[in-house]
Design a protein around this ligand. Structure first.
Ligand code: NAG
Ligand code: NAG
Ligand code: NAG
Ligand code: NAG
Ligand code: NAG
Ligand code: NAG
Ligand code: NAG
Ligand code: NAG
Ligand code: NAG
Length: 893
């Protein structure tokens, strides 16, 4: 063995030894090793939590400082930070929030972490357990966030032990269905004062302070280091008008007292909080006006006073605040003009205002030119006031404007061309005003950013688009709503090129052109609402398009023609009425439009049979096929249409019998099948339809006796069976139909007398309907039995029908005299007794019915003098009565 002395080798090791001596922490400096008792404490803490999505899965290795959400001190290796905030709190709508939530119990082992300064358990779900008292023993805490975590009960007073705490967030909004109950409460706020040395941020939003008494403000006002105080929706019932002398809130920068119920003026102590940058006093029922005290708040950036009861003019003092960025005075009773206030802003040249909201106040007058000085303003909302006049042309100087909303005012002037300079404008809402004048290309010159454009005026105003027919605008809109403005007669290029539209309303715009099929194809994938009614649009609709997002479409009152649009859509509304569509309805309409609720095809030229697939639309509520050329029998398959309440297939050529399956519709209210070719009788099964309010089967070929069960239809308001071939007598049962106001049995083959019980139609006696809900228009109570073979005398009981307006018993075989007590019909307007066999004199009492304006007594056997004061001058209403005399007849008595 060759053992040689090798000094260089030893020297090398010596150097390494020295090196190591000088670097005692090598390795541990970058990765602190966790203290094993704290590791054990964390594991115990983990074990009592529930963790469905495995967020704590990294909590197993030896070094707890490497676990997710755990932080350790670099030197001492003590755990200083636990951050278990649910990262998915913004995803609560799609269920990810629930999945990511920790729950279960918070174990007291946390108190063993002696240097823990940061604890964030927010946005989890502790299932309405109490905040553990022992959190107050972790006196090292500087940051504690328990917000959005579904705690309930009393906030433990032990939190007062946390004298180093800088940040305390207890914001208690939960995402349960019950948004009105506050689960967390703090009835005694005494513990707060111990936090005064350090606390800078306190959020107790959604914590009920209703038990904290009138002195709640005293408790908060001792927190002299506080910069932010958030008490949103805390059930505070009073807002003290003064602060106690001990109060010390000089450092407060953010104060939120919104959504509490105070009823008070704006308290003056607010104006001593000279550090305030943000002040939120929304929905606190503040009353009175805005006081000049605001001039003290020179640092104010955000002022929200919306949804209060403040009144008076908006004062100039707000315009003088040099830092103001966001101002919201919406939903108050501010009145008068805004000139003084805006002039103040405009003098304040360096003004920083970004957002001004003055919606739903009572402001009036014109908009001042000084608006133009608000060069940084991005949002201007003035909806729901009474502003008049034109938009000032200075609007073109508001180069930062992104949103301009002047909707629902009384603006009756012009829209200036300078508007077209607003390159940043995204949303322009000029709905519901009284605009006049002409809109040209220049009005839109640089509106490159515009996404949403709404403009309506009154129908009788003249607001006209005059742009070149080939004009291609700089914008690509997503939403357009134009009403009562003249865009037509052409469907202009500037609309044709829009291919990003999803909400489209072009109502009463005088477009009298064809719309290219390619336009419909282009918008099909995005469009959610398509309203084109009240134009004169002609041409056909493209077939076989798919509208995956469409909710409703209304193409009514145009000149469309051609076949029904075979569009695949989940829309619930289809209005094609008052056009000239033709051809038959698609037999697979249930497949094309399975979610349809309201179909209105009134007044078109549709032909063919009504497809029985309509019965498969289980959500169908309203079916209006009136005034087309449908033929064949009406479908008889309605067993599954539980929502259908209105059927109008009148004025067609429908034959066959009345389908019995209609009588199973539990909600059926309107059954209008008049002016068709229906045969047979009224099926007895209809006696179960107690919800029917309107039956109109007139002008068909129905036969048989009148049903004897009509009184079971307790809501029936209107029964019209005229111009059919019903025979037999009028059944007594009819008299006890409790809601009947309108009865028309004219032009049938009825015989027998007018039933004496007719006076028991209580709805006409009292002018009341059993179910007022169904009386959708003023009812003119009427009875028409004309054109039958009814004989016997006029029963005097009929004069008990106090509110009867129209009585027609003409063209029958009535005999006897006209009873004198006819004047009991004090609301009668029309009386027709012509072409009967009535005899005797015309009763003098007829003169007493002052409402009577139409009378016909011709062709009877009446005799004697026509009552002198009867106001009717037309002799023809008396002719055919040989023995009548006196004016207006030429025959003298
Ligand atoms: C948060 O949401 C994302 C996206 O939905 C999901 O991938 C992730 O697993 C969720 N995280 C937790 C902790 O639930
Ligand atoms: C507390 O956590 C929530 C999220 O859960 C967060 O929005 C909020 O800003 C946090 N509070 C503070 C004062 O950091
Ligand atoms: C929440 O607490 C209720 C009782 O208050 C209990 O019935 C329910 O099972 C708990 N839910 C969970 C997820 O622990
Ligand atoms: C913490 O506060 C509670 C109640 O305020 C008190 O009884 C307790 O002695 C305090 N504990 C410590 C460690 O300060
Ligand atoms: C326009 O019609 C409205 C009612 O719709 C009416 O109040 C107004 O006076 C009319 N204006 C003009 C200019 O005719
Ligand atoms: C309706 O369309 C038909 C062709 O289908 C046409 O003959 C008729 O003139 C149109 N009627 C109206 C009023 O436009
Ligand atoms: C009504 O339909 C019948 C067949 O059911 C047909 O003969 C008749 O011509 C149609 N009438 C009209 C006006 O369309
Ligand atoms: C009315 O309905 C009841 C049960 O809802 C049923 O038993 C009866 O047969 C029906 N009457 C008629 C005439 O359809
Ligand atoms: C009509 O009403 C009267 C009382 O007003 C009553 O005596 C009579 O029985 C009723 N007639 C019928 C048929 O119900």
């Amino acid at each position: 063995m060759d053992l040689k002395f090798r000094p260089s080798f030893f020297f090398f090791f010596f150097l390494i030894f020295i090196f190591l001596l000088q670097q005692p922490d090598l390795g541990s400096a970058s990765t602190p090793k966790c203290i094993s008792s704290e590791r054990q404490a964390l594991l115990t803490f983990k074990q009592s939590l529930t963790d469905p999505s495995g967020r704590l899965s990294s909590w197993s290795g030896p070094d707890c400082c490497k676990w997710r959400g755990v932080g350790c001190d670099q030197r001492t290796s003590h755990v200083t930070k636990i951050d278990l905030r649910n990262p998915n709190q913004t995803l609560r709508h799609n269920g990810e929030f629930e999945k990511g939530s920790l729950g279960g119990k918070i174990h007291p082992s946390l108190t063993r972490l002696k240097l823990l300064s940061y604890l964030d358990l927010s946005s989890n779900d502790f299932n309405f357990t109490e905040i553990p008292e022992f959190l107050g023993h972790i006196v090292s805490l500087r940051y504690l966030n328990l917000s959005y975590s579904s705690f309930s009960g009393e906030v433990p007073a032990s939190l007062g032990n946390l004298s180093k705490l800088k940040t305390l967030d207890l914001y208690a909004q939960t995402f349960s269905d019950d948004i009105f109950t506050l689960n967390l409460r703090a009835s005694n706020l005494g513990w707060l004062s111990s936090l005064a040395p350090s606390l800078t941020y306190l959020n107790m939003g959604f914590v009920s302070l209703s038990g904290a008494g009138e002195t709640w403000l005293n408790d908060f006002s001792r927190l002299s280091k506080l910069k932010e105080l958030h008490l949103f929706n805390c059930e505070l019932r009073s807002l003290p008008l003064s602060l106690p002398s001990s109060a010390n809130l000089k450092l407060l920068e953010v104060l939120d007292l919104s959504r509490n119920y105070h009823y008070s003026p704006i308290p003056n102590w607010l104006f001593d909080l000279t550090s305030l940058r943000k002040l939120f006093l929304q929905s606190v029922r503040l009353q009175g006006s805005i006081s000049p005290g605001f001039k003290n708040l020179q640092l104010l950036e955000t002022l929200v006073l919306s949804s209060n009861e403040l009144s008076g003019e908006i004062p100039a003092v707000l315009g003088d605040l040099p830092q103001l960025k966001y101002l919201d005075l919406s939903e108050n009773s501010f009145q008068g003009q805004i000139h003084r206030f805006l002039d103040a802003f405009s003098k304040n040249k360096g003004n920083s205002l970004l957002s001004l909201r003055l919606n739903f106040d009572r402001l009036e007058g014109t908009l001042p030119e000084s608006l133009g000085a608000l060069r940084n303003l991005e949002i201007l909302e003035l909806t729901g006031n009474s502003f008049t006049g034109s938009i000032p042309s200075s609007v073109g100087n508001m180069a930062s404007l992104k949103k301009l909303d002047i909707s629902y005012n009384s603006m009756n002037g012009k829209i200036p061309e300078s508007l077209g300079k607003l390159e940043e404008l995204l949303d322009l809402n000029l709905m519901a005003n009284k605009w006049e004048g002409v809109l040209r290309k220049s009005h839109f010159l640089s509106l490159r950013s515009l996404k949403s454009f709404s403009l309506t005026t009154e129908p009788n105003r003249s607001l006209v688009f005059k742009v070149p027919s080939t004009w291609v605008p700089p914008f690509r809109l997503e939403q357009i709503s134009i009403q009562n403005c003249q865009i037509g007669p052409l469907f202009p290029m500037w609309l044709q090129v829009q291919d990003k539209l999803n909400c489209i309303t072009l109502r009463n715009t005088a477009i009298a052109d064809k719309i290219p099929h390619s336009w419909f194809s282009r918008i099909a994938s995005d469009v959610t609402e398509l309203y084109l009614e009240n134009n004169r649009i002609k041409g056909t609709l493209p077939q076989n398009l798919v509208f995956p997002n469409l909710l409703a479409f209304d193409l009514s009152s145009n000149n469309f023609q051609g076949p029904f649009p075979r569009w695949k859509t989940n829309a619930a509304e289809l209005f094609l009425y008052q056009n000239n569509f033709s051809g038959s309805l698609p037999p697979d309409i249930d497949v094309l439009m399975p979610r349809m609720k309201r179909i209105n095809l009134f007044r078109n030229s549709f032909t063919g049979e009504i497809p029985s697939s309509l019965c498969q639309l289980t959500g169908l509520e309203i079916l209006n096929l009136r005034n087309n050329h449908f033929s064949g029998s009406f479908p008889n398959c309605w067993l599954g249409s539980s929502e259908l309440n209105e059927i109008d297939a009148s004025e067609n050529n429908i034959s066959g019998e009345i389908p019995e399956s209609l009588s199973v519709l539990p909600r059926l209210s309107f059954l209008l099948l008049n002016q068709n070719a229906l045969e047979g009788n009224i099926p007895d099964t209809f006696q179960n339809c107690s919800g029917l309010t309107h039956i109109h089967l007139g002008e068909n070929k129905l036969t048989g006796k009148l049903p004897s069960w009509l009184s079971k239809l307790s809501s029936l308001t209107m029964l019209r069976l005229e111009s059919n071939s019903f025979d037999g007598q009028i059944p007594d049962d009819l008299c006890t139909t409790p809601s009947l106001h309108i009865l028309d049995l004219s032009e049938n083959k009825l015989s027998g007398p007018v039933p004496k019980c007719i006076g028991n139609l209580t709805a006409i006696v009292q002018h009341k309907s059993v179910d007022e809900y169904y009386v959708y228009q003023e009812i003119r109570d009427s009875i028409n039995l004309s054109g039958n073979n009814i004989h016997g005398e006029i029963p005097t009981e009929i004069f008990d029908l106090t509110y009867l307006r129209i009585l027609n018993l003409s063209r029958s075989s009535m005999a006897g005299s006209i009873p004198g007590n006819i004047s009991k019909l004090g609301h009668l307007e029309t009386l027709d007794l012509s072409s009967n066999k009535l005899s005797g004199a015309i009763p003098q009492s007829l003169v007493a019915i002052s409402s009577l304006h139409t009378l016909d007594l011709s062709y009877n056997k009446l005799e004697g003098r026509i009552p002198k004061n009867l106001k009717f001058k037309d002799p023809s209403i008396y002719i055919g009565n040989e023995l009548l005399c006196g004016k207006p007849l030429s025959k003298k008595c």
